[in-house]
Design a protein around this ligand. Structure first.
Ligand SMILES: Nc1nc(=O)c2c([nH]1)NC[C@@H]1CN(c3ccc(C(=O)N[C@@H](CCC(=O)O)C(=O)O)cc3)CN21
Ligand SMILES: O=c1ccn([C@H]2C[C@H](O)[C@@H](COP(=O)(O)O)O2)c(=O)[nH]1
Length: 283
């Protein structure tokens, strides 16, 4: 938890102002942050200095793993975070590739589940990686990527946390996740939850022991309209100890994740937190 608060403080103290053309707002920005999550000790990296809506973050991850490409699918499983990008992003609304209300286009899991091959057809990167890990195979390239620059014009947003690489060492599963851009007050907590949960879930369905997850964030920023709340409210609060995440042990395969799993299969215990803070969201 303090790693996250240290990053927020670092942005406040050392960040540089950068104009962002896409949103029309300025962002206080630092380059490079490396966060480590102890999945082995079940230290769930939830924000405790404000109330975290952790279920929505797990629902978003579940939607990515299922290859969802519509904000309506995300809403159905308890996640509202894609409504604005699918339906209010002016560039996307004008894009002839948008297939109508709620369409997000070719993004995130839709890409990873159908990654186009230059010689025709596609690969399901997520299934492939999980199949290997289930057999104890780490070919030093167990990579799930959502990044396909040749397809950016087909989606509403380029993926931010765009790559996850798994490794096995001595029967222990590790995860390195790579993020090109982070809205630290809003995306920050969501993404930490997702990295942690992804490793814990994949360890469970592959029968491996979960180790640590390493999360690299390249461009870490606070939008100008979020700064006061972060500096004068959230950063003045004292954090509580980390809660724990529990996943239904009946989830045993990737097919389980694709078919019957809901947010009721996830539980958090010992979550003590300060009051909610509503940060402005930029489309
Ligand atoms: N500007 C921006 N920031 C992001 O973090 C972000 C995007 N855009 N676009 C794509 C996804 C969507 N994500 C989002 C979107 C909204 C929230 C958000 O509003 N979170 C609220 C609570 C949400 C709820 O009640 O479910 C929060 O207080 O954390 C978080 C992540 C992360 N990504
Ligand atoms: O998982 C996510 C998805 C998005 N974000 C944030 C990071 C940026 O503030 C915006 C995306 O804007 P770009 O201009 O494409 O960088 O969304 C996040 O933090 N986490």
């Amino acid at each position: 938890m303090s790693q996250y608060l240290d990053l927020c403080q670092r942005i406040v103290d050392e960040g540089k102002w950068v104009e962002n053309k896409r949103t029309g707002k300025r962002c206080l920005t630092v380059i490079n942050a490396d966060l480590t999550y102890h999945v082995d000790k079940n230290e769930f990296p939830l924000d405790t200095t404000r109330k975290s809506f952790w279920k929505a973050a797990i629902a978003e991850l579940l939607g990515y793993l299922r290859g969802y490409d519509s904000a309506a699918q995300f809403r159905e499983i308890g996640c509202n975070t894609w409504n604005a990008n699918a339906n209010e992003n002016q560039d996307w609304l004008k894009n002839p590739n948008r297939k109508g209300e709620d369409d997000m286009g070719f993004v995130y899991g839709a890409v990873a589940r159908n990654f186009p091959k230059p010689d025709g057809g596609s690969v399901d990167l997520i299934k492939q990686v999980i199949e290997d890990l289930s057999k104890g195979i780490d070919n030093r390239g167990e990579i799930i990527t959502f990044y396909h620059p040749g397809s950016f014009h087909l989606g509403c947003l380029r993926p931010c946390m765009f790559q996850h690489q798994f490794s096995i060492l001595d029967g222990v599963l590790y995860l390195n996740s790579y993020q090109r851009s982070q809205d630290v007050p809003l995306g920050g907590n969501f993404n930490a939850i997702q990295v942690f949960t992804l490793l814990k879930l994949v360890a469970q369905i592959t029968g491996l022991e979960a180790g640590k997850a390493f999360h690299k964030i390249v461009n870490a920023h606070i939008y100008e309209d979020q700064l006061e709340l972060m500096r004068d409210v959230q950063l003045k609060r004292t954090p509580f100890t980390s809660p724990e995440l529990h996943i239904n042990p009946d989830i045993k395969t990737f097919e389980d994740l694709e078919t019957w799993v809901t947010l009721d299969d996830f539980e958090v215990t010992n979550y003590q937190h300060h009051d909610a803070i509503q940060y402005p969201f930029s489309v």
